[in-house]
Structure formats: C-alpha cells, structure tokens
Design a protein around this ligand. Sequence first.
Ligand code: SF4
Length: 263
Amino acid sequence: MSAQRPRIVCQFSCGAASAVATKLALAQYGATHDVQIINAFLANEHEDNRRFLLDCQEWFGQEIVQLRDEKYGADIIQVFRRERFMKGRNGAPCTKLLKRRLLDAWKQPGDVMVFGYTAEEVDRLEDFRDRNPDRPIIAPLIDAGLGKEDCKAMVLRAGIELPLMYRLGYDNANCIGCVKGGEGYYRSIREDFPEQFEELCRVQDELGPGSYLHRDRKTNIRFSLRNLPPGEPRRNDALPACSFFCEIAEADYQPSAADITSG
Ligand code: SF4
C-alpha cells in the first residue's frame, strides 16, 4: 500500500543534523508519504556511529535501511588505492563510490529527497534549487530555522548521546581522517587516531604528490600528511558534510570527470 504513496527519502549520515532532519520529515510526512531512511555503512567511521544509528532508529520508530558497498569493502582506503587518487577537483572518490553509487542503484523516479542543510546553509539550498529546478527536495531544518547547535541539543534532549566524534570535539561524524579536512583537522587526527593517520600517510607514500591534500600557503607547493607541519590541532574545523545528497548538489558545479585525476 505504502508503495503507492510518494516516497520521501531521508539520508541518515550519523550526524546530528541528519538525525533531526529525519525526525522532522517523519513527523511532517509520515502519515501521508512513504518515508524511507537510508544510511551508507562506511568502514572508516568511528564504530560509535553504529551505536548512534541504533539509538536514532529507536527514536524514529522506523528501520534505517543500511546500504553497504561490496566492491571496495565500504572502505575509503581501498578506494584510494584502487582509484589511485584521494581528492580531485571533481570531489572525493570515496563519497562518490561508497555513497552516491549506492543511492543511484536504490533510488526510484519521483523520490523526494530530504536535505539536512541547517539554517547556516540557506545559501547552499537556494543555490541547489536554482541549479535543479526540477529536482524535488525538502529541507526541514531550514524550514524550522534550526542550526547545527540546535540539532545537537535536540538529539541530547531526546536522551541520545551524540556520536563519540562530536564528544571528542569534532564538528562531524565523518570518516576518521576525512579527505575534506584541513590542516588543523588532520593535526587532531594525528593526535587522536595515529593508526588511521598512518594508514593515510602510507596511501600517499604509494600514490605520490598527486594525492597530497594540502598546500604550503607561501610556496603553493603541495605537501603530504607525513610532512604536515606542527601547529594547532583544530577538532572543530567545519568540514563539508558527506552525504549521498551533497554529492549530488556538488556534482553540478564540478568540472568533467577527466579533471578528477588531475586534482
Ligand atoms: S566522510 Fe570524507 S573520507 Fe569519508 S566518504 Fe565522505 S568524503 Fe570520503
């Protein structure tokens, strides 16, 4: 029966904003639409993300459909090694191959997508709508005027402990050592998660300078994570979200696939 109702698709990324966006979408549309909640399992996220997912599932009163990439073992390290790059002008290969591809296989025509953009991200939403006038999306957090901190507070008030990464001071629950991170973020990862940091260093040793993520501000020369200079760690560095949908949003203003490898 529910299959005949229009589908609303919430992408649950184990972040506080996506949790509250999902909760609001269920409250608003649960009675009239077929609201689906999906998550992409990633082997490189902190294991406490799974605990958070189960707690939220109980809060939602509905199953979160967990999708899992098989080709790369849902592992960003495998993606980097096999695709031979870590980040290009066309975005990060991990989010595309471990998330976007799953969504593409799973989605159906007519799906309305729920964006977890917060009140701080109104511009991103407007930009997306301008570029994709025929793509139906809803943004419950913006409609309700809720910012990132509001979302964290709402999760806590629901009696759910935030993912450990937040509790350590990080701004997100992305993969440990997310390739979207800046220098301050990586200094924190080097301190808090030396094994994961070393693994990323080894990948860069293998792939060479094309895989380096950061540039010296004065010389503009790229440097590897292994040569990350000492300095202030910045756990709360604001990283772009990593979701099925932000990838779609970004795809519009990204150059051609040929540029991926040159980034
Ligand atoms: S969180 Fe970062 S490292 Fe993980 S898939 Fe997304 S972009 Fe890649």
